[in-house]
Design a protein around this ligand. Structure first.
Ligand code: CA
Length: 227
């Protein structure tokens, strides 16, 4: 074997070892991130929160979202329907929605309206919630103003006939649902929400809320644990 080929071989081995070490480190870091878990009492912690699916489902998925956030619109319109079909309709899991107010006044206004609709009629809330996200302009930027009391009342008028519009308007004006938003904020702090949406499956905070395979695997793991 020539001197240069021995050197090449050593180089190859050296590089391989470095790459494997880096890969190992990467996987370790990622699995630690994916496994970030907060102790949570799923029955008590989310009392009086809007949810989809069976109230007594063994697995609780929490979406902490902001009506003003484009990624939350995307999650609601693309991830949620799949989740509903796979886990919520069958009663395996329930999805709880918690308000995050990262975009200020408009986030607060939309959340106050949604919580007030929920207080009047939990079923109408599901429609209202969906329609508020539908109203969010495509390709919106954070500066575009589209949430107003008039827009919210119009959504209710058009899509949720069971809602008493006069009462809804009063509730928005009086910030009747403010205590609910304060409760939501304690959950935002508990789950250390820095970005929206943040998705939590039985206490495990997802690094990537759009990683549907991860959501599926966490739900299935939680279901296995309940057997
Ligand atoms: Ca809430």
């Amino acid at each position: 074997m020539s001197k240069s080929s021995t050197l090449n071989r050593k180089l190859v081995i050296f590089t391989t070892v470095i790459v494997m070490l880096m890969l190992g480190l990467f996987l370790m870091t990622n699995s630690q991130k994916a496994a970030q878990t907060v102790a949570v009492d799923n029955q008590k912690e989310f009392e009086n929160q809007p949810f989809w699916g069976n109230a007594d489902a063994p697995v609780t998925i929490v979406e902490l979202g902001d009506y003003k956030c484009p990624s939350c619109k995307y999650w609601t319109e693309n991830i949620f329907p799949q989740l509903k079909q796979d886990f919520l309709d069958s009663g395996k899991a329930k999805l709880v929605y918690v308000n995050v107010l990262f975009h200020g006044e408009e986030s607060t206004l939309a959340s106050l309206a949604a919580e007030s609709v929920f207080a009047q009629d939990p079923e109408a809330y599901k429609v209202f919630h969906k329609e508020v996200y539908a109203k969010q302009p495509e390709q919106t930027n954070h500066d575009s103003n589209w949430v107003t009391k008039e827009v919210l009342l119009d959504i209710a008028k058009t899509h949720t006939p069971s809602i008493d519009l006069k009462k809804l308007e009063q509730d928005i004006d009086n910030q009747t649902a403010k205590p609910q938003l304060e409760i939501d904020n304690t959950l935002v702090e508990k789950f250390k929400v820095e970005k929206t949406p943040t998705v939590v499956v039985n206490g495990t905070i997802l690094e990537d809320p759009f990683d549907y395979d991860m959501i599926t695997s966490l739900v299935n793991k939680a279901l296995e644990g309940k057997k």
